[in-house]
Design a protein around this ligand. Structure first.
Ligand SMILES: Cc1ncc(COP(=O)(O)O)c(C=O)c1O
Length: 352
């Protein structure tokens, strides 16, 4: 394989002079800050929030570097992984010219973000057992294929992709392989993070929205070579991670033991719920899950969805999504929520 990052990057991005923020333009020790048109009197909240946050998130990156055991130079932080997804399009994909490959059924934003950026999406559906179809992916690749999106563990199917298949793509594709590991903490499989040094074309996405329980704060991570991180830094909005998020995630980063307890609890409840669901006559299949949700094939899924909704229980109706026909995606709730869900399903089953 001959991977040439320079060839992949859009010309306008190579030529871009990035925005230089007020705090970037002085060196030395500042005491009085009259450079960024903030409100120097304060704010109704606390004196801290009148100032722009650190655009480089230095302290937060140190904390994440500590958790992940990866040097800060290999870390990019975004306003959710959704921002990282969008930025990868902006860096690598020329609208109306380049294309990307996705493997449905998968996370919807890869396609939406492509559509927003006017980039062609080619689809290599997963096989019947929800694994990558390497032959189909290979067929779709041409000189304008810039990105292959792989979600592992995959949303909405819940399974992890075979490691050998991921390595095959990483070793043979000259574009960027974006592996979205949003659910990796719930999986028994190893993250690709440890392999970062071996693959110059690898971008690993992770998030604080799932196992870390901080979806409201919007913090996503991209891990990649320093060259790719440099490009992400170049195109990002200057203050894309706000001050409250930087402070709160830093604080949470010391609570890794609590996060690990939650992960263990959720995985235990996931497996217990799967065992209960397979016993139910209305359930046709519970797909194996490495995530914090279950994909469940169920008789008259649309009706079941409505029944649950009537009881104010909201699951994700995937029954009309191609390759997920007849399925509901159920997030693992807390113990009370699961008890109510199971009772509602039993009540439904009694009626039919
Ligand atoms: C696979 C996958 N990637 C990314 C995201 C979004 O993550 P974030 O909240 O960091 O934008 C989700 C959210 O559901 C997801 O399922």
């Amino acid at each position: 394989m001959s991977f040439d990052l320079d060839k992949l990057v859009r010309e306008n991005i190579k030529a871009l002079t990035p925005y230089s923020s007020a705090r970037d333009e002085f060196s030395g020790e500042g005491r009085i800050f009259l450079d960024a048109n903030e409100n120097s009197l304060g704010s109704p909240l606390t004196k801290w929030y009148n100032r722009y946050p650190d655009p480089h998130q230095k302290e937060l990156k140190k904390a994440i570097s500590r958790i992940k055991n990866i040097a800060a130079e290999y870390i990019f932080l975004g306003n959710g992984s959704d921002e990282c997804i969008d930025l990868l399009y902006r860096i690598f994909c020329e609208p109306q010219k380049d294309n990307v490959i996705i493997c449905p059924p998968t996370y919807g934003m890869y396609k939406v973000s492509a559509n927003i950026n006017d980039v062609d999406v080619r689809e290599a559906p997963l096989t019947d057992d929800f694994q990558l179809n390497l032959a189909h992916i290979e067929q779709l690749v041409d000189n304008n294929t810039k990105l292959i999106w792989i979600c592992s563990p995959n949303n909405p199917t819940g399974n992890s992709m075979h490691r050998a298949d991921l390595e095959m793509i990483l070793n043979n594709f000259n574009g960027i392989v974006a592996v979205d590991e949003a659910y990796i903490n719930f999986s028994k499989h190893k993250s690709l993070l440890l392999e970062l040094a071996d693959y110059p074309n690898l971008v690993v996405l992770q998030t604080f929205s799932k196992a870390w329980g901080m979806a409201a704060l919007r913090l996503g991570m991209a891990f990649a070579s320093q060259a790719i991180i440099g490009l992400l830094d170049k195109v990002k909005p200057p203050y894309n991670v706000n001050q409250a998020t930087q402070e709160l995630v830093m604080k949470a980063s010391y609570e890794i033991a609590q996060v690990n307890l939650m992960i263990r609890e959720l995985v235990g409840m996931r497996d217990a719920l799967a065992r209960v669901l397979v016993q139910m006559p209305i359930v046709e299949k519970v797909y194996p899950s490495d995530a914090n949700f279950l994909l469940v094939k169920i008789k008259d899924a649309g009706k079941v969805y409505e029944h649950l909704l009537n009881r104010a229980i909201v699951v994700r109706d995937r029954s009309r999504v191609q390759f997920c026909e007849g399925c509901l995606r159920i997030t693992i709730g807390n113990e009370d929520e699961i008890t109510v869900l199971v009772q509602a399903l039993k009540d439904y089953a009694k009626k039919v």
